[in-house]
Design a protein around this ligand. Structure first.
Ligand code: ATP
Length: 469
């Protein structure tokens, strides 16, 4: 049954992937921070992923974990708030917060907001997963901080890309709806200003390169008059070429009294080193992400010879399971396109998501899938994270997730199959094994998570019946 064709197939696909390269060029260019770990497969661009998550998110990501707080001065009292009223905000700002439908502070906001609004000012490094309310928190802090009587820039916020900067601006505009005197400017590419004329906008949001130009070359902002500096998405920032140095150069021009706030969704050592360079004497707030659990997911593997056999197995599987919706993961765009076309020919309603699409196109595909317009979503790694579709009962790894060195990519496996079995429901994960190498990967995954992955014979309907129900 085994033919060691997996690696050859990927090589062959990539060698003939001219069409993919053309569409790469067509794609709207974003200053991206690709992880680079999917050299042969579809690339995950951190900034795009973050933007996509924001676009498809409908509400706050609730987190059950305790917030961990490390204070710069451990003897000072630690405040946390349960309501927005306790923060004594300007009434117009409070009105804006409530208009956004925020009834009470999120987990991270409970501790972060009092710290950000404290007098004298305190520095903060905050880490919590995407969607837990960081942007809303620092937007509120900036709006609260501004003194509209002063006609100069007081708050400076930097984000990794133009699109992410605009997203932050939208939150500020929405939250500051009842504060018409607070003015906002975007330091992003294409926004041309008159050299040497100081801005009167109180808040400037932008990307590091343009912000640096506005401070140094064009002298539109006096960095010494900035009293609140926010750096968002530090993890994405340092993965983007040049942004680390530019951020540090901006920070060096600020006064010692300026309040520094840094946010990140993840906190590897590299982010930590960067954060410490930028934020002196920080308070630190961390919220661990809720662990994805495999407990509600039944895991299987199916032995196949080649992609056609995998396809047949998939169709058999789909025929014998009552599947609400399914997500199928492929390694390359080319494989995903082939599979989507083959499934469509078989009469399935299929959505295809892959890296050559713009973020807007991807968001639209995910919305359609969520609303049930298509029952099957075929995708590459570009969307293995962040999508919550309650009705997904089956996840298929048409190609197994692998690292550059060919070993099992356990983290991606967890994220992929974590798309099913959510919200307390039962889910199935099926892995297609087409080589000795992919069997090794299954064994590695089994060992890593200490969970049995059972063999499934999709040709045996009786066995399938017993195992799957
Ligand atoms: N206190 C709150 N109550 C209800 N909803 C909230 C609250 N704070 C934020 N939200 C909403 O939750 C979602 C996520 O918030 P936000 O964008 O601030 O999170 P984030 O941690 O900055 O995410 P990311 O890292 O992706 O930027 C948004 O839709 C936002 O409007």
């Amino acid at each position: 049954m085994f033919k060691d064709c997996w690696a050859l197939a990927v090589d062959a696909q990539e060698a003939t992937s001219q069409s993919c390269q053309v569409s790469f060029k067509l794609k709207k260019k974003m200053s991206g921070a690709a992880t680079g770990c999917e050299a042969e497969g579809d690339r995950v661009d951190l900034a795009e992923q973050s933007l996509l998550n924001k676009m498809i998110r409908r509400c706050l990501v609730r987190n059950r974990n305790q917030v961990e707080v490390l204070q710069a001065d451990p003897t000072s009292p630690l405040y946390s708030v349960r309501t927005f009223e306790e923060l004594r905000l300007k009434p117009e700002l409070l009105k804006g917060v409530y208009e956004m439908g925020f009834n009470r502070p999120s987990r991270i906001q409970e501790n972060a907001l009092p710290m950000m609004l404290a007098q004298p000012a305190q520095n903060l490094i905050a880490q919590s997963q995407s969607g837990t309310g960081k942007t809303a928190a620092f937007s509120l802090a900036m709006l609260s901080h501004v003194n509209t009587a002063n006609k100069w820039t007081q708050c400076l916020c930097i984000a990794p890309t133009y699109e992410l900067a605009l997203q932050i601006g939208q939150v500020i505009e929405q939250m500051g709806k009842f504060l018409p005197d607070v003015k906002l400017a975007y330091a992003v590419r294409g926004n041309r200003m008159v050299r040497g004329v100081k801005l009167q906008e109180h808040i400037v949001i932008g990307t590091p390169g343009t912000v640096l130009d506005w401070c140094t070359k064009y002298k539109l902002i006096d960095p010494k008059r900035i009293t609140m500096f926010v750096l968002d998405e530090a993890d994405v920032m340092i993965a983007t070429q040049g942004h680390r140095d530019q951020s540090i150069r901006i920070q060096r021009q600020l006064s010692n009294e300026c309040q520094m706030l840094l946010f990140s969704a993840t906190f590897e050592d590299s982010v930590w080193t960067f954060a410490e360079q930028l934020v002196p004497d920080p308070n630190i707030i961390r919220l661990k992400r809720d662990e994805e659990t495999l407990d509600t997911i039944k895991q299987f593997y199916v032995l196949c010879g080649d992609k056609e056999e995998k396809f047949t197995a998939l169709c058999d599987l789909y025929g014998s399971l009552t599947v609400a919706q399914a997500m199928i993961f492929c390694h390359t765009r080319r494989m995903a396109a082939w599979l989507a076309a083959s499934l469509t020919e078989e009469g399935h309603q299929v959505a295809l998501l892959s890296g050559e699409m713009t973020v807007e196109q991807r968001a639209a595909v995910i919305e359609r899938f969520r609303s049930g317009k298509e029952k099957v979503l075929v995708t590459t790694n570009v969307c293995s994270r962040g999508i919550d579709v309650e009705q997904v009962t089956l996840v298929v790894n048409f190609d197994l997730p692998v690292n550059m060195d060919g070993s099992a990519d356990n983290e991606t496996y967890l994220h992929r199959i974590g798309r099913t079995g959510r919200f307390g429901k039962r889910g199935f994960a099926v892995n297609m094994v087409d080589s000795k190498r992919s069997m090794d990967i299954i064994n590695q995954i089994e060992m890593h998570f200490n969970r049995k992955i059972k063999k499934l014979d999709t040709g045996n309907s009786e066995e399938m019946e017993t195992l799957l129900n």
